[in-house]
Write a protein that binds this ligand. Structure first.
Ligand code: SF4
Ligand code: SF4
Length: 97
């Protein structure tokens, strides 16, 4: 877990690093195809609040041009980002029928 969450310190956006602490791919290999559902961002509803970025356990979400972008090479499809997104901008979709 990211230290500022674990220690329950108050923090502002200026304290949060622009990118994840760990480069995706540093600790894991590219998703080998076992993911059954994937998060999909509705950019018309995304307000760029960064909650999904903060809570994604794999650190695979970045905010680009004010919108959440997911790196599908490393997303494991856990759905935490969907649960955290208050505007309802993330939906989980099946990988394949
Ligand atoms: S939590 Fe939802 S609204 Fe906030 S940045 Fe992520 S996708 Fe966008
Ligand atoms: S589904 Fe899980 S791993 Fe994938 S972006 Fe959302 S929180 Fe991160």
């Amino acid at each position: 877990m990211k230290p500022y969450l674990r220690e329950k310190k108050s923090f502002g956006f200026d304290d949060v690093p622009e990118s994840t602490s760990y480069e995706a791919g540093y600790l894991v290999t590219v998703n080998a195809g076992w993911r059954s559902i994937r998060p999909v961002v509705d950019s018309t509803r995304c307000i760029g609040c960064g909650q999904c970025y903060l809570y994604c356990p794999d650190g695979v979400i970045s905010i680009q041009d004010g919108k959440a972008v997911i790196d599908y090479d490393f997303c494991k499809g856990c759905g935490i980002c969907e649960k955290q997104c208050r505007p309802g901008a993330i939906g989980m979709e099946r990988e394949r029928e």
